[in-house]
Design a protein around this ligand. Structure first.
Ligand code: PLP
Length: 385
């Protein structure tokens, strides 16, 4: 292979995750997969292809117009695409023309939508985002009054209100319980005020993975699920809470991603020597090492220096010393017969052993999100069974 590593996506694991989530939420709640951040590192194009062929997914949420464009070029006709964040006024016309739905969280985007819709002669498909307490994007009360006036004016026929939505400030941790509850109550109040004013949407949505799992009431008509569908939990807390409640004995989710490379070189180092840059790894015994052609420049985080683990011959090999830009050294002293060209698993399974992203390090689960999305876009992605 030309590339130093490859990423594989497991179709059967994905299918099993989707089934698990679908069974949990029931058929009256729409599952809207979130594929921002290059589908959490899985690769937008390959992920969309897989999701559509094996699970007939017909809706995707992205962050930006450029991600929406990638989905648009890949997806089957009539696939719904929702932009939850960045859409420049210059691209609003493009979005309307192509039936791409998008969040509106300020008056400027609302007015631009009307203006462009008149030009295109097609309604803009919008989701009104409400500020409920996260203090990120979303209409504040004062602006909301102005938005209501617009939504009730003659111009409203240029807008199709597909959704009204919000986002919680950390449903993955009980520490945020009161804040999240308060946001939910605010959302309920605001949506009923809106409907009293005749502003009614096709759907109401507020939950990401964590809220979907922990707060069933907050699922409403649709859930925007990212991390779960890739086979990861938003936090350890969410997993423990859920498995206790559901009396589960094992993790019902399966990792979709595997990341693999090959041994580039092997050698033996005498006891008493340092390995790699500086004095970060001291050989306390005669040590066999394997050099891998993947480093922080390929998304193998520098924070894994002296703490990451990989699989070779189904056994765990620890990172020795500092992760370099293009290569990483691992200790293979206890794994016999490792040769140049042997398969190395950076994330995923090998002979019943598994490296999950979070066992990359013992650090927080938030790292799952970060390490995944930082997997470079140019690593080839392959769909496997
Ligand atoms: C990222 C995101 C989600 C999905 O979050 P997960 O924790 O991965 O499920 C949902 N909604 C919005 C607005 C997001 O930005």
């Amino acid at each position: 292979m030309f590339e130093t590593s490859i990423i594989e996506l497991s179709k059967s694991n994905f299918k099993s995750n989707i089934k698990y989530i679908q069974d949990l939420i029931g058929e009256n709640v729409l599952l809207a997969p979130v594929i921002k951040g290059n589908a959490y590192g899985h690769g937008i194009e390959q992920f969309v292809l897989m999701a559509q062929t094996c699970c007939k997914i017909k809706i995707f949420c992205v962050y930006s117009a450029c991600e929406a464009l990638r989905v648009f070029k890949t997806a089957k006709a009539k696939t719904r695409i929702i932009i939850m964040g960045w859409l420049d006024n210059d691209e609003v016309e493009w979005a309307i023309k192509n039936n791409i739905e998008y969040y509106v969280f300020d008056i400027d985007r609302l007015r631009t939508s009307i203006e462009k819709s008149k030009k295109v002669k097609k309604p803009a498909l919008i989701h009104l985002e409400l500020e409920t307490g996260m203090n990120r994007t979303g209409f504040e009360n004062k602006e909301l009054m102005e938005a209501i006036d617009i939504l009730k004016s003659r111009n409203a026929r240029h807008l199709k209100l597909k959704g009204i939505c919000t986002h919680y400030a950390g449903a993955e941790s009980i520490a945020n319980y009161f804040r999240v509850r308060k946001q939910y109550n605010n959302f309920k109040k605001l949506t009923s005020m809106l409907s009293n004013n005749g502003v009614i949407a096709g759907s109401y949505h507020s939950s990401s993975s964590a809220a979907t799992i922990t707060y069933p009431k907050m699922r409403m008509d649709m859930v925007r699920v990212g991390i779960l569908m890739y086979g990861f939990w938003p936090s350890q807390e969410t997993f423990v809470g859920h498995s206790t409640k559901q009396k589960l004995h094992e993790d019902p989710l399966k990792r979709v991603i595997s990341w693999k490379t090959k041994v580039m070189s092997v050698k033996s180092v005498k006891k008493g020597e340092f390995i790699g840059y500086g004095t970060h790894y001291f050989a306390e015994r005669n040590t066999d090492i394997a050099i891998l052609p993947v480093g922080y420049g390929h998304g193998y985080s520098r924070s894994l220096s002296n703490s990451g683990v990989v699989l070779i011959h189904g056994r765990r090999a620890a990172v020795a010393g500092i992760v370099n830009m293009n290569l990483t050294i691992v200790d293979i002293t206890d794994i016999p017969n490792v040769k140049k060209g042997d398969e190395v698993v950076l994330i995923g399974e090998q002979k019943n052993n598994c490296i999950s992203v979070s066992s990359f390090t013992a650090m927080s689960d938030q790292l799952n999100y970060e390490l995944l999305t930082r997997l470079p876009i140019d690593i080839p992605r392959q769909i496997v069974d």
